[in-house]
Design a protein around this ligand. Sequence first.
Ligand code: FAD
Length: 253
Amino acid sequence: MTNKGLHFPIEEALAALEAISDLTVHKGLALAPFTQIKSGGPADLLVMPKNKESLLAMKKLCLDKAWPLTVLGRASNVLVSDEGIRGITVLMSPSLAAIERQGNQLLCGAGLPLYEIAAFAARQGLSGFEFACGIPGSLGGAIFMNAGAFEGSMSQLVTRTVFIDSQGQLAQIHGPDHDFGYRHSYFSDKPDVLIVEAELTLTPDEPQDIYDRMGVHAKKRYQSQPLAWASAGSAFRRPPGYFAGKLITEAGM
Ligand SMILES: Cc1cc2nc3c(=O)[nH]c(=O)nc-3n(C[C@H](O)[C@H](O)[C@H](O)COP(=O)(O)OP(=O)(O)OC[C@H]3O[C@@H](n4cnc5c(N)ncnc54)[C@H](O)[C@@H]3O)c2cc1C
């Protein structure tokens, strides 16, 4: 991620963004502290929206001015260049983090860390999200690539997603329209779309049983991943029926 060589009128954009309420703007801030692997140079302008309205206003401004916009959630699945990112970078997490229960469904902001949703669901006695408790991403990033682990994936739970489309309009899709596949969704090839919130449909269960399953998953991660270190996570897609690690070992590498 870089947009190297692009001309971008930083001061004009800074003034225009500062005129939008409920939006924090930083000029030239290093992105390394915001990424899970702790690397990455400065964003020309780093924007943190406090709500849907300020996000919409920012997106419309970018469209009007043809300014480049890069979207980051919790930056756990991106590698930011040491040269940083030209144009405007929007950090969706930790803001946009409202969460509300409606029956067996949770309406969640896209900036919510997955572990927060897992903890909330467990407290509420709603099962299904346990698999995601150790994935270090945000809900928006997880839907973008249909994150999954331990036989679970976002595709099993996400029943509706609200987003800002490439024209700057609020839109939503339901169920099969998400086009979920292995580490793929409707959003995967739409970098100009901003996921705002999503509805997750879960199943009632005993909170203690849910906590127990989360504990099993956490232990497996702890035993198999260097969690004490900054990490980029998996580098390889899983080939059908195999594990990349097993194939690499068998190849003698
Ligand atoms: C240690 C470690 C373990 C991991 N384990 C797993 C695992 O078990 N399973 C798994 O599937 N993944 C895993 N990952 C990868 C990563 O956590 C997931 O892909 C996660 O879903 C990415 O979310 P994010 O918010 O960090 O997205 P980012 O890295 O910030 O962004 C990834 C992509 O999503 C887009 N995006 C992010 N938010 C939005 C939004 N709101 N609207 C539109 N586009 C958006 C970005 O533009 C970018 O293209 C792991 C990563 C690490 C570092």
